[in-house]
Design a binder for this molecule. Structure first.
Ligand code: AMP
Ligand code: ZN
Length: 742
């Protein structure tokens, strides 16, 4: 491996991509890829890292990047909030039916054991004993606590009052969420201890509260939450803190950072938890204290039974040294404290029958095989379908129709077929053949073979027909999605109806729809077989949302085109660099024509001669686009089909220029502070916020004397009352728009 090994750049790119996904998953609580896609990426990264001999400590960690959200005040933690080292069993090591096996059932092979949870715990224990100068037989008191799958929080108390609550943030700095925590009722607001001190714990949403929240969202026609953790994270970042009242957020407190308290405290974690409980904090009832790691591992395995009975999610157990006097002495690595380690439960696995393999056609034409399964209950829900990723994977795993397969949920969300239980194979079916034509439109399939960085060949099948009905539908769904044009009221079901009954095939055609046309449309039949019509109100709302979307700007339009390789990140880059569709298109034409200036300025990973050529031509290379992606993206950007869509969008008045942060300061808005409350007739809160920012104004989450305007929508809460009490100007959406156009 040399300094210029191109694989290093590939590794760095994969790392950056993983981090971007982490950020969206943890911070925005809005993942943009499925867990399976994330895992594929992570696999590629790990394989390459293995190949390059990157030490484990320097590799990408799938831990929260930062949970910071705009509009929240940030503060620095007195002591960083770190993640924990993890002991989990590698995918193909010793797991039966989704459970780690007992120590005695593990084979003796040392290398194999190291790949299991037990092996990792064993190594951790040895290292700690060595540091503590304890023989392997000496007693070592360990505390085992359920690892609550929620949102970590730091709470500061002073003179018996909760004075501050802060999220983990990036571990160094977090967002202040004191008002949200107070309103939530999740932690005691007053306690008897008068000294100033900090505690840390987890906020979480119990299952019943999660179900209720989703029922509310569903009734309002909004997107459902994927899991309680995301639900909790979303709630705690609501700027209108009063909505948290009665939502049922709860907490478990488990930690007093060492060295940050002035009052004397017990010196074991066991006694500290008892002390916390006496102060009125909620401490997890599943906590136990044992001697030595073997007993700790047994306790972790045994807890899987209780886990199923809990009213909240846990994703593992945390094993901590009981003696807290060791904590400061041990210190920590950059990522983890040394006094604790997390045992992660293996993903739950069940076996079931694979009835059939169907094929889905995606927005870019990619054909994905899907396993149709006998319904089976896994990790909280019934699974009857699982993506098989691609046809090569089916062949590699030798999956046949009629097989009994082992299914698990990756990241507890996305069902995956792990393997075939060959002992149960009765089928005479042979391996399934690769498709030769698109199941939807019958067009001959194109096979694409691309080596991944490790040299392994990835085989994908595509339907090349841009007019293929499935592709059309998926592209329109994607165009309207949150990451793209974010058109409220244009969900998948509505798109399906528009495709079937309004002959819509291209995004620009959406903007020609009229409210009259929409109002009379009948939606799919409900459970009682009653057909609902779209209705006047929904029709008006959708027309308004479409009109609003015209101002989204170039980046969102590009991200909405469903061009493979052109995701949100690259779309943002393109918009920032080219400024307009016309400039981008001209560049794409030059690139395709082989214009050296264009080619050299866009590609990363250039050879030395190319670097010199670029320097001679005075080209400033743009980072981030590898050759294959660039070739593919620019080819598509000049294709007649895409050009027609953009012409159409331009004709209906969609803005094809890049949005600047402050597009144009507006006298009535610049420098002024706005607080938004309640829901507005046409704008979402984030749309209003970005419009205010674009005009040079600020937004804030709470009303004070410094607030210039409160923009109140319907069901405005306590902020409106406060504004009235303080004599702050209250305006509505229409008045805001007047200010913005002044
Ligand atoms: P991870 O983020 O997966 O690395 O795990 C570390 C996080 O687990 C901590 O930051 C806490 O938010 C969380 N956690 C949940 N329960 C516990 C517990 N009992 N002790 C310590 N950390 C916990
Ligand atoms: Zn097709």
């Amino acid at each position: 491996m040399t300094e210029t090994d191109p694989r290093l750049a590939e590794l760095a790119a994969l790392n950056a991509e993983l981090q971007a996904h982490d950020q969206r998953y943890y911070a925005a609580a809005a993942p943009t890829v499925s867990d399976a896609e994330y895992d594929d990426l992570k696999d590629r990264y790990e394989r390459l890292a293995d190949e390059l001999g990157v030490p484990l400590t320097e590799r990408h960690q799938s831990t929260p990047g930062s949970d910071h959200s705009d509009g929240f005040q940030t503060v620095r933690h007195d002591q960083p909030m770190l993640s924990l080292e993890k002991a989990n069993t590698e995918a193909d090591a010793f797991v039966r039916e989704g459970e780690d096996v007992a120590i005695n059932d593990l084979p003796d092979d040392r290398e194999f054991r190291k790949r299991t949870s037990w092996g990792k715990l064993e190594i951790w224990e040895r290292a700690r004993r060595k540091e503590l100068d304890l023989s392997i037989a000496a007693p070592l008191s360990l505390v085992i606590e359920p690892k609550i799958d929620g949102m970590s929080v730091s709470l500061m108390y002073d003179r018996g009052q909760l004075v501050r609550a802060v999220t983990r943030g990036d571990g160094i700095e977090g967002d202040v969420i004191t008002a949200q925590v107070r309103e939530s009722g999740a932690v005691p607001l007053t306690i008897s201890e008068q000294h100033k001190f900090e505690v840390r714990g987890e906020l979480y949403l119990p299952h019943a509260a999660f179900t209720a929240l989703n029922a509310e969202l569903s009734a309002a026609g909004e997107k459902l939450l994927v899991n309680p953790r995301n639900g909790c994270a979303g709630l705690m970042k609501r700027k209108d803190a009063e909505v948290l009242r009665g939502k049922g957020v709860q907490s478990f407190i488990y930690f007093i950072p060492p060295g940050l308290h002035v009052m004397p405290l017990p010196t074991t974690q066991t006694e500290r938890l008892a002390w916390l409980k006496k102060q009125g904090f909620s401490v997890h009832h599943g906590t136990t204290t044992v001697n030595g790691m073997e007993a700790a591992y047994a306790a972790c395995l045994a807890y899987t039974v209780q886990r199923a009975l809990l009213d909240h999610d846990i994703d593992g157990m945390v094993i901590k040294l009981d003696d807290t006097t060791t904590y400061n002495r041990f210190g920590e690595t950059e990522h983890h404290p040394r006094w604790g380690i997390a045992y992660k439960f293996p993903p739950e696995r069940r076996s079931t029958l694979l009835r059939a393999i169907t094929i889905q056609v995606g927005k870019t034409g990619r054909l994905t095989p899907v396993a149709e399964l006998d319904p089976v209950f896994i990790a909280g829900s019934t699974v009857s379908r699982a993506s098989l990723h691609n046809f090569a994977e089916i062949a590699a795993k030798d999956i046949r129709v009629g097989d009994t397969v082992i299914v698990q949920k990756a990241g507890e969300i996305i069902p995956q077929v792990v393997a075939v239980d060959k002992s149960k194979r009765t089928t005479t079916a042979s391996a399934i053949a690769w498709p030769t034509e698109c199941p939807t439109c019958g067009t001959a399939v194109v096979v694409e073979r691309r080596p991944d960085p490790s040299g392994k060949e990835n085989v994908s099948h595509f339907c090349p027909n841009f007019a293929c009905a499935d592709q059309v539908r998926e592209r329109l769904r994607h165009f309207a999605a949150r990451d793209a044009m974010d058109i409220r009221g244009l969900g998948p079901a509505v798109v399906d109806v528009l495709v079937s009954y309004c002959q819509i095939t291209r995004p620009d055609q959406l903007f020609h729809l009229t409210a009259e046309q929409l109002a009379g449309l009948s939606l799919e039949a409900d459970v009682n077989d009653k057909r609902r019509t779209f209705g006047q109100k929904s029709a008006d709302n959708l027309i308004a949302a479409l009109a609003g979307a015209k101002a989204q700007g170039l980046a969102k339009v590009l991200a909405g085109l469903s061009i493979s390789g052109l995701g949100t990140k690259l779309s943002d880059d393109f918009a920032a660099r080219f400024g307009s569709w016309d400039a981008l298109h001209a560049f794409a034409v030059a690139y395709i024509a082989g214009d050296r200036h264009a080619v050299l300025s866009i590609r990363k990973q250039q050879k030395r001669e190319e670097q010199m050529e670029a320097a001679a031509l005075g080209v400033v290379p743009m980072s981030g686009v590898d050759e294959t992606t660039a070739d593919n993206v620019f080819h598509q950007l000049v294709s007649p089909a895409i050009v027609a869509v953009l012409k159409g969008l331009e004709a209906v008045g969609v803005d094809l220029t890049a949005k600047q942060i402050v597009t144009a300061a507006k006298a009535g808005v610049a420098g002024k502070t706005f607080v938004l409350t309640g829901s507005m007739p046409t704008w979402s809160r984030s749309e209003a916020e970005s419009a205010i920012k674009a005009a040079g104004g600020k937004t804030s989450g709470s009303v004070s004397k410094k607030t210039d305007y409160v923009v109140a929508g319907s069901e405005a809460g306590s902020k409106l009352e406060k504004a009235q009490a303080l004599g702050v100007h209250v305006i509505d959406e229409a008045q805001l728009k007047v200010l913005l156009s002044s």
